[in-house]
Design a protein around this ligand. Structure first.
Ligand SMILES: NC(=O)c1ccc[n+]([C@@H]2O[C@H](COP(=O)([O-])OP(=O)(O)OC[C@H]3O[C@@H](n4cnc5c(N)ncnc54)[C@H](O)[C@@H]3O)[C@@H](O)[C@H]2O)c1
Length: 395
């Protein structure tokens, strides 16, 4: 029986610096992982990570395909930008490896479908790290909602809004290295996917219609570097049972906010309400720099040097499942649950692609507001994948 997964890391940028380095080397899951090799075309990032991990020069690669050919591995983690998740994931699954990917599964419905199909064909494990799924408050909400305590969802509002400094290239030091971060990423791809996924995990409903409204008023006014991007996006999602949700995300809250991310959610159902206080995790700090809500639930640097929290346990549990599958010890029910389109993030990507095309084809006003058009998801999925595949996804 295997006790460790020989793992290759494809892409070692910001998410590895912020989260995964702690999973790999300072967590309760680190013993499961033998980090053997790295592939990243960026030599600076590659060498930073390989020096940290003690990986010798012959197992440092610019091209992931060479890594897959030359190093014996059990698993890879694909930490490339969203639009580059698909090719390395499919190649690794076809080579018989298990694959872990940070959210979202991919940028498009077609890429996500290709990844899901490759996982099913290969029988290997594919796990998507949507870390909110391991937030104990959302897990409790999911269990309570799904045992019928609140009846049926009618409407929900979720929001997730970052401080302006996250998107502002004029802020020093820059939150993300590149000046064009907020032009290349939308609040939809970066934030809406978290909340759409969290909501759908709680209520297990399939989305059928999406319309987004985008506000570009603050970012274009920044000085001296203006940003051509959205401050705030309200994505309205309609589900198969007629329930609606507004998922409001952005990155233009004043930097004086009590947390880097101001976030929460409410679900109104036929027989009750769920009220989440996601940015009030229970540790309020009054400090000479201000008043802050500290979130040890997400990432907690403990006194003994270990790092805990759902940011770590979410991918950690995916690796546990991959190892159990490899050892033939993943219970059938868990395997089936891990391979559903909901678990593999299909509907979250569908909302992402639909919301972005809603805005791209929307009506732009002189005041910086874009009124997106309504996107019909059964039609969009069918256009992208064909009618038979769309039916398999419940459309
Ligand atoms: N930054 C975060 O806090 C965060 C949080 C959760 C999830 N994510 C997700 O993690 C993924 C990576 O985001 P990031 O913020 O680390 O981006 P990033 O741009 O900082 O890093 C991406 C890395 O991938 C490398 N790369 C690009 N093409 C590659 C290829 N073909 N093969 C190997 N490496 C390649 C780049 O050189 C870079 O080092 C994205 O899917 C993102 O949505 C990011």
């Amino acid at each position: 029986m295997k006790t460790q997964l020989r793992t290759g890391i494809i892409g070692v940028g910001a998410v590895v610096r912020e989260i995964y380095q702690y999973l790999y080397f300072r967590s309760h899951y680190s013993d499961l992982l033998d980090i053997r090799a790295v592939a990243d075309p960026n030599a600076e990032y590659r060498n930073w990570f390989c020096d940290l991990a003690g990986i010798p020069p012959e197992r440092r690669f610019a091209d992931y395909r060479e890594m897959l050919q030359q190093v014996e591995l059990d698993a890879v983690q694909v930490n490339t930008p969203d639009h580059l998740h698909c090719a390395p994931t499919v190649a690794a699954l076809q080579a018989g490896l298990d694959v872990i990917v940070p959210k979202p599964t991919a940028a498009t419905i077609q890429d996500t479908h290709a990844m899901i199909a490759a996982a099913r064909q290969s029988g290997r494990f594919l796990g998507i790290d949507f870390h909110k799924r391991e937030d104990p408050r959302l897990k409790e909400a999911e269990a309570r909602y799904q045992n019928g305590r609140y009846g049926t969802l009618q409407t929900a509002v979720f929001y997730m809004i970052d401080k302006l400094l996250v998107a502002d290239p004029n802020h020093s030091p820059r939150f993300f290295a590149s000046a064009d971060f907020a032009e290349k990423n939308t609040p939809i791809s970066f934030l809406t996917v978290h909340m759409a996924d969290a909501l759908m995990k709680v209520v297990n409903l399939i989305p059928v219609r999406v319309r987004a409204t985008g506000y570009a008023q603050k970012l274009p006014s920044l000085q001296p570097i203006a940003v051509r991007g959205y401050d705030t996006v309200d994505t309205e999602v309609v589900f198969q049972n007629g329930a609606t949700a507004h998922i409001i995300t952005g990155w233009a809250v004043p930097n004086s906010a009590h947390a880097t991310t101001v976030q929460s959610g409410r679900l109104l159902c036929t027989d009750g309400v769920i009220d989440l206080g996601l940015d009030q995790p229970g540790l309020r700090e009054i400090h000479r720099d201000g008043i802050f809500e500290v979130n040890p639930l997400f990432r907690n640097f403990e006194k003994d040097n270990t790092v805990t929290g759902y940011g770590i346990s979410s991918p950690g549990r995916l690796y546990q499942q991959a190892l159990a599958l490899r050892n033939g010890r993943l219970p059938e029910a868990q395997k089936a649950a891990a391979f559903t389109p909901m678990a593999l993030g299909f509907y979250t990507t569908a909302v992402l692609e639909a919301a972005e095309s809603s805005l791209a084809e929307g009506e732009k006003t002189a005041s910086g507001v874009t009124f997106g058009r309504t996107v019909d998801l059964p039609k969009l999925v069918s256009d992208r994948l064909g009618a038979a595949a769309a039916r398999d996804y419940g459309y």
